[in-house]
Design a protein around this ligand. Structure first.
Ligand code: TXA
Ligand code: MG
Length: 369
């Protein structure tokens, strides 16, 4: 399968059947550039309710509505302010969801009782073809069982949803790997409710101002603490209060502002958990994994604990885009390898590093305001 093109393992006939199914009120999972979505006709409340059942999702967590084109947004919302229009023109299609006041077309099942609605136009060509052919707005959360890491391959969806939904459209690996940035554009200043694929820096550059999660961060001390403190007065996206992205393993962070300190912390954590006879998973950059491999070699000779280590590198050290792209898949992979403790490298909270750290904190069960 070719990444980023309209090539998928299913035939065009299968694809048309999936389009037919969603129009008929059934659920269809489809790829986007962020994560796989579990779609239903957003205008059909009985179809939308099936999403909550399939995922085991709390009914007070609203769904994002996906459309193929900007022209489809007008009827779904009350007004498009100049700020909203500016954000739409700059970032759609792409990994962003904008919050509007909803029109009466959007059922309360979609908005979870709110008078607002999140709208997104994915940039993934398969998502776009699907939405274009379906000719309906599609409500879609991430296609995982509630609480699990979001799916970034069709196989992840299949694992969570087999027997529950009729179709998964396979579009290969999602290249952003963390979900869209949720931005409230109803006020004067765009407000980030969930950090994601479009960064606070990009929004600030466009609008001159940005509020919400990750909009004014300090880069000293613990990244986790800094991120937590930068969520002052903003009501977060309703769904963000739930435990999320959690593998079966316990996730701990190697969280320090410089590479050497992070590496030392990894060594210390490994030492501690190996003494407790726990199987450790490490998610870190190439060089860090290499450094640990070398250390592990010496350990193996002396006390034989090295075998209880499973390491995954996200790519070049400090590459937050690569770390984000691989995170959810790595968490699932760690579970497949029966890891007890995942030690994951914290990264600077800037750019897409904010989204990476936000997901990592949630996976670690660290409370985010
Ligand atoms: O990248 C994405 O956004 C993926 C793909 C499939 O598009 N979708 C996704 O959906 O992540 P979900 O349901 O897993 O997360 C939706 C987030 C939740 O945190 C939810 O609370 C927030 O968006 N949200 C949705 N509608 C909202 C609204 N009206 N007001 C505030 N937040 C909203
Ligand atoms: Mg989700």
């Amino acid at each position: 399968m070719e990444q980023g093109s309209v090539a998928y393992s299913m035939t065009m006939h299968d694809f048309d059947e999936a389009v037919h199914a969603i129009r008929e009120g059934r659920l269809v999972a489809f790829p986007t550039e962020t994560v796989y979505g579990l779609g239903a006709n957003a205008l059909d409340s009985s179809a939308v309710v099936k999403i909550f059942t399939a995922k085991g999702r709390p009914s007070d967590n609203p769904l994002i509505v996906h459309v193929a084109k900007k022209e489809q947004i007008g009827p779904l919302v009350k007004t498009i302010s100049p700020l909203a229009q500016k954000m739409m023109d700059a970032f759609m299609p792409g990994p962003i969801t904008l919050i509007f006041d909803k029109s009466d077309l959007i059922p309360y099942e979609v908005s979870a009782g709110l008078d607002t609605v999140g709208i997104r136009i994915p940039s993934h060509p398969v998502a776009n073809l699907f939405l274009e052919k379906a000719q309906i707005p599609v409500a879609a959360p991430s296609a995982n069982i509630s609480g699990r890491p979001s799916p970034t391959t069709a196989q992840h969806v299949f694992y969570d949803m087999k027997g529950k939904i009729p179709f998964v459209i396979d579009g290969g690996e999602c290249n952003v790997g963390v979900e869209s940035t949720v931005v409230d554009v109803r006020g004067e200043i765009p407000t980030i409710l969930r950090p994601g694929g479009i960064t606070a820096e990009q929004i600030r550059e466009l609008c001159g101002n940005v509020d919400g999660i990750g909009s004014s961060l300090s880069q000293t001390g613990s990244y986790a603490k800094a991120l937590n403190q930068d969520t002052p007065n903003v009501p977060m996206a309703p769904g963000m209060k739930y435990r999320h992205y959690a593998p079966k393993a316990t996730v701990v962070l190697a969280d320090a502002p410089d590479y050497r300190q992070r590496l030392d912390m990894i060594f210390k954590l490994m030492d501690k958990y190996m003494k407790e006879n726990r199987k450790i998973g490490l998610y870190a950059g190439n060089e860090m994994v290499q450094a640990v491999t070398e250390m592990d070699g010496t350990k193996k000779e002396t006390d034989g604990t090295g075998k209880d280590l499973y390491m995954l590198s996200y790519g070049p050290d400090g590459d937050a885009a690569a770390a984000s792209a691989g995170l959810f898949s790595a968490l699932r992979d760690m579970d497949d390898h029966s890891v007890d403790i995942v030690i994951a490298e914290a990264l600077p909270i800037m750019g897409i590093g904010v989204a990476y750290m936000n997901r990592l904190l949630k996976a670690a069960g660290i409370k985010i305001k």
